[in-house]
Design a protein around this ligand. Structure first.
Ligand code: GLN
Length: 254
């Protein structure tokens, strides 16, 4: 039994340890006795979505994002069909922006894939720092690190989570990321999955269901280190007595 993970453009989109998401997906499959194959697709290579069970797009600077956009015309239709067929995608920061209609920088408009109904516009003042979310996909708070100049507008779309600490999509909306079918788009680097194992297992379960059918509930792992990494970030801000302290505390199952 095997799942294949497609890593799109690791040579261009790989900021703040986003590659760790791939390692986390692979290891958590292997720990359950399921094989994981990682297939990187470098800039210029043809992506065969029919073989893939999970797709990861990492973050990149504006310049790298623009380079990736030149490849998008070639994969737009296949990527869209993969998503509509329930294919699993994790897209982080620049990768998240790319899934939308466009990213407008101070100088130009970079077209996106148009897979998620969102758009992104650059504004002065980067949104940088640790971020904590309340997400319907995880009992534990979701923690990460954000660093983006773009503000992402998701309209009536479903956010990945509500911001407890940090900025999220626009700084003012209180929303972070977007979910659509089995796609998660988010600004959270860090990397996201090792510190938020419930999110990792959510993605794996959807991929297993699509590939092998039935309803999948993966057996629990001890996750001691993962919970420690997560709660140390939550605890750091709780201890400082921020206004949202009580909201975070109520979500803690540790
Ligand atoms: N270029 C995008 C922005 O600054 C994304 C940056 C990133 O991936 N960290 O908004």
């Amino acid at each position: 039994m095997k799942l294949t993970i497609g890593h799109l453009y690791p040579d261009l989109l790989n900021l703040y340890g986003d590659r760790g998401n791939i390692q986390c997906l692979s290891r958590r499959l292997q720990w359950r006795g399921i094989e994981a194959e990682v297939r990187p697709f470098f800039a210029g290579e043809r992506v065969d979505f029919s073989r893939l069970d999970l797709v990861l797009l990492g973050g990149g600077s504006d310049r790298e994002q623009e380079l990736v956009c030149r490849q998008l015309g070639e994969i737009r239709q296949d990527f869209r069909s993969y998503v509509e067929d329930g294919g699993v995608v994790l897209a982080v920061c620049g990768g998240y922006q790319i899934l939308g209609d466009y990213y407008r920088t101070a100088k130009k408009e970079i077209p996106g894939l148009g897979i998620l109904p969102l758009y992104t516009e650059w504004e002065p003042g980067r949104l940088v720092g640790n971020i904590i979310l309340d997400s319907p996909l995880s009992l534990a708070p979701v923690v990460g690190f954000e660093n983006h100049g773009g503000r992402t507008y998701i309209g009536e779309g479903t956010p990945f989570g509500r911001v407890l600490l940090g900025y999220g999509n626009t700084k003012t909306s209180g929303n972070e990321g977007m979910m659509y079918r089995h796609v998660i788009g988010t600004y959270l680097h860090g990397p996201l999955l090792p510190k938020n194992p419930e999110i990792c297992d959510y993605l794996l379960e959807r991929a297993l269901e699509r590939r092998f059918g039935g309803v999948w509930k993966l057996k629990k792992l001890s996750d001691k280190l993962e919970r420690w990494a997560n709660s140390s970030i939550v605890g750091r801000y709780c201890d400082r007595g921020y206004v949202w302290r009580e909201r975070v505390r109520r979500r803690l199952p540790f």
